[in-house]
Design a protein around this ligand. Structure first.
Ligand SMILES: *[C@@H]1O[C@H](CO)[C@@H](O)[C@H](O)[C@H]1NC(C)=O
Ligand SMILES: *[C@@H]1O[C@H](CO)[C@@H](O)[C@H](O)[C@H]1NC(C)=O
Ligand SMILES: *[C@@H]1O[C@H](CO)[C@@H](O)[C@H](O)[C@H]1NC(C)=O
Ligand SMILES: *[C@@H]1O[C@H](CO)[C@@H](O)[C@H](O)[C@H]1NC(C)=O
Ligand SMILES: *[C@@H]1O[C@H](CO)[C@@H](O)[C@H](O)[C@H]1NC(C)=O
Ligand SMILES: [Ca+2]
Ligand SMILES: [Ca+2]
Ligand SMILES: [Ca+2]
Length: 573
């Protein structure tokens, strides 16, 4: 006998074990204590019945993404956990979110009180009134629907409630003209960066599964200026929908979503599965919710609609990005000092796997124990967890950039014979720009192929985390352009020590044999030299590991005790 928990009645030095008929005398037993039962709560677990949010808005109970009680065949508890943030008093006060889209119906009675006219502009027709252009089919309802998700007023008997229902929303109309231009994008992204805190974008290059495109010169510069100078130097927060191209597309081919300066958001449907239009890629940071798979007419996203109406049917990763913008507004109210990087760190640390389920890609843990998924990123945003951590947050240390190494000679790639390259790096140790704790990692790749869509690129970090930088895109039959110094980005090695050997694997998938030449792989590391919270994560992870081992141990013990008791009983009888 070692230690075991059994229920027993003590009589002198003999005791009777519950469920066993005989009184046993076991000389090895020195002491018998009665164990008293008390209650322990699983941390982070929320009882649905404990939530007391009373809103008069007719669509509120249909907004399962705010509080999921199982409406529309959903999974209870799978939501943004906004109730906790609201109960702590955070509702978005003092924060302005811009919706860069096809306009906003700012006369809508559920939006008018939160509309920030001064921060709004119409870049599609160059005037200060970003009202949506009328069409018979309500084509231009996108921006109005997104605005309601963020900033619809609460308790006013109209439509539903925004994630940050006391925040201000600005309209930046910029999608409704025959062609997009670099200057329209750049002007939108840099509009009033000292007034607008968060920019939400649910657009990007065509999701046809064969486009490789990203921000042009002016827009890139505007984004860089935004993160460096916006919000008094703390940085504009750019929230981006990861794209609606489905499994045929890869969001790492979208230079807006895969930018380090944007927080790219994917979506889950109300039972935790992926939406069929979701794209996967290693640059997605986290997820929120949208509709999908046409299961229930009320499983869509309930929000405001054009001309004073409401809708239950907002959809796509378009619907997911504004939810994230709303959660970030709550975090900014909790701590206005948060920088653009703090927001990403908070997303990584507080997003949850919850009950998300990806049929294709496993959830894995990276080298410091952070759990991630190739489609959902670090999981679903948790507003309650985020505001609590935001409140105590200390700004992350200075960011450094290190070119870890580069392969410049051409290497042939062939079907059935993948190319494997390695870069050994000290991550600029000993220099001023040493990166010890990773944030983003970029693999800048130049490669051509007889069929670009069949190319497939993975990269493994020294701590053993494999990022899928590019998956097969069956519709992409480019054979000329390839990728030209394309920055494939991964967030999956967040917090890791980059020193050691990085491995790049490039191959072809598909029916026809293909050939190609890789001409460049440059490894860029971005991160800090010291990270105040990282030790905490590693400790938590190690104690979790230790705990799981202990549980196994206890099971073994239980079995041993059972065997001993049985043999004892058989001897006694
Ligand atoms: C919710 O608010 C309504 C109107 O203010 C009130 O009549 C009702 O009693 C409240 N319900 C709860 C559970 O607080
Ligand atoms: C939208 O609102 C208008 C005016 O309130 C109403 O006449 C119309 O039927 C509504 N349309 C839809 C599609 O709900
Ligand atoms: C924000 O920064 C200011 C100045 O450094 C500091 O006084 C304040 O306590 C900080 N607020 C929070 C919520 O951390
Ligand atoms: C790729 O580039 C190499 C070297 O520049 C060239 O020889 C080859 O024809 C190119 N292949 C394709 C498919 O464009
Ligand atoms: C990349 O990783 C995926 C997923 O593990 C795998 O299916 C694929 O074969 C890998 N590709 C290469 C080129 O190693
Ligand atoms: Ca206008
Ligand atoms: Ca309302
Ligand atoms: Ca896409």
């Amino acid at each position: 006998f070692q230690k075991a928990l059994v229920k027993a009645v003590l009589i002198d030095n003999k005791f009777q074990i519950e469920g066993f008929p005989t009184v046993c005398l076991i000389p090895q037993v020195k002491n018998v204590f009665e164990q008293e039962g008390f209650s322990r709560q699983k941390r982070g677990y929320r009882n649905i019945n404990d939530i007391e949010v009373n809103m008069s808005d007719p669509l509120f109970t249909k907004q399962w993404y705010l509080i999921n009680t199982g409406q529309a065949d959903g999974t209870p508890g799978l939501d943004l956990n906004v109730a906790e943030a609201w109960q702590l008093g955070y509702t978005g006060k003092g924060v302005t979110i811009a919706i860069m889209d096809d306009g906003i119906d700012y006369l809508h009675p559920d939006l008018a009180s939160n509309y920030n006219a001064d921060a709004s502009y119409d870049f599609s027709s160059n005037d200060p009134f970003p009202f949506p252009r009328y069409t018979d089919d309500w084509f231009n309802s996108h921006g109005t629907r997104c605005a309601g998700e963020v900033s619809a007023a609460a308790n006013n008997n109209i439509c539903g409630v925004g994630v940050a229902y006391n925040s201000k929303v600005a309209g930046i109309r910029m999608l409704d003209q025959p062609f997009m231009t670099d200057i329209i994008e750049a002007s939108s992204i840099s509009h009033m960066p000292q007034v607008i805190d968060i920019y939400s974008a649910s657009w990007g290059p065509t999701d046809d599964g064969k486009t490789v495109d990203g921000p042009r010169e002016l827009t890139l510069q505007a984004m860089a200026d935004g993160v460096n100078k916006g919000r008094g130097g703390k940085g504009s927060i750019y929230v981006w929908a990861s794209g609606d191209g489905g499994s045929y597309d890869d969001c790492n081919c979208d230079g807006y979503a895969s930018s380090m300066w944007t927080i790219s958001i994917n979506s889950a449907i109300n039972d935790g599965r992926t939406a069929l239009y979701d794209e996967s890629c290693s640059s997605t940071l986290a997820s929120t919710f949208s509709n999908g798979r046409k299961r229930n007419p009320e499983a869509g996203v309930a929000t405001t609609d054009l001309y004073g109406n409401c809708t239950l049917r907002h959809s796509g990763t378009s619907a997911a990005a504004p939810e994230a913008a709303g959660v970030f507004a709550l975090a900014l109210e909790a701590n206005p000092n948060l920088t653009w990087r703090d927001m990403q760190h908070l997303s990584v640390l507080t997003s949850k796997r919850n009950q998300l389920h990806d049929e294709v890609h496993q959830w894995r843990r990276n080298g410091v124990g952070l759990e991630f998924n190739h489609l959902f990123g670090y999981g679903v945003l948790d507003a309650g967890g985020m505001v609590k951590m935001a409140k105590e947050w200390k700004t992350v240390p200075e960011r450094f950039h290190c070119v870890a190494g580069s392969v410049q000679e051409p290497h042939k790639i062939q079907s059935g014979n993948k190319l494997v390259l390695a870069i050994d790096t000290e991550a600029c140790q000993g220099k001023d720009n040493f990166v010890r704790y990773l944030e983003h990692v970029q693999a800048v790749v130049t490669v051509n192929a007889s069929r670009r869509g069949d190319l497939n690129i993975n990269m493994t970090s020294p701590m053993g985390t494999k990022s899928i930088l590019l998956s097969r895109r069956p519709r992409d039959d480019d054979s000329k352009v390839g990728f030209d110094k394309w920055p494939f980005m991964t967030t999956h090695t967040w917090g890791e020590d980059p020193r050691g050997t990085w491995v790049l694997e490039v191959g072809f998938q598909g029916e026809e044999p293909q050939r190609g030449v890789l001409k460049e792989w440059t490894l860029m590391l971005h991160g800090t030299q010291s990270a105040p919270y990282i030790d905490q994560i590693v400790r938590d992870y190690q104690s979790k590991l230790a705990m799981s081992k202990k549980e196994e141990l206890e099971e073994e013990l239980d079995e041993a005790v059972e065997r001993s008791l049985k043999s004892l009983l058989s001897k006694n009888n």
